[in-house]
Ligand binder design. Structure first.
Ligand code: ZN
Length: 135
């Protein structure tokens, strides 16, 4: 029996959760789930350019485990790109460190969004779409 997976720490909740190749009818699409810890490994290693040892520390896993997570993420993204599959970001054994904070450029309102709900379309106070993510 495999050991239970230790919680991976995730510091960034993604704004965009669903990716579809253009021009493929929905019923023909094959789907892949990218887990939130895989998403985080891509963000830390490929976007922020951290060394694996640093990224592993941020996610509270060993360097080897981090390497496995990242390699699984790379495989899924390659599958998506090469075979035109739909990709959904969801799931994973994770603990989320920070919540997401948004601010409206028009009225100055600040609010937080629950984890895993994607990017809000407009300000909760004045309905302006001129909003940005603070963290
Ligand atoms: Zn506003």
């Amino acid at each position: 029996m495999p050991r239970p997976t230790k919680c991976r720490r995730v510091q960034y909740s993604p704004d965009y959760l669903i990716f579809n190749p253009a021009g493929v009818p929905a019923r023909q699409l094959k789907e892949i789930d990218l887990t939130l810890d895989e998403f985080e490994s891509i963000r830390l290693a490929d976007l922020e350019g951290l060394y694996h040892v640093e990224a592993a520390r941020k996610m509270n896993v060993s360097r080897q485990t981090f390497g496995n997570i990242l390699s699984s993420a790379h495989n899924k993204i390659a599958e998506m790109l090469v075979h035109g599959k739909a990709l959904t970001v969801k799931g994973g054994t994770i603990s989320l460190k920070n919540e997401r904070l948004f601010k409206c450029n028009d009225c100055g309102a600040k609010w937080s969004e629950p984890f895993g709900t994607g990017r809000p379309g407009y300000c909760q106070s004045c309905n302006s779409e001129n909003i940005y993510r603070m963290k």
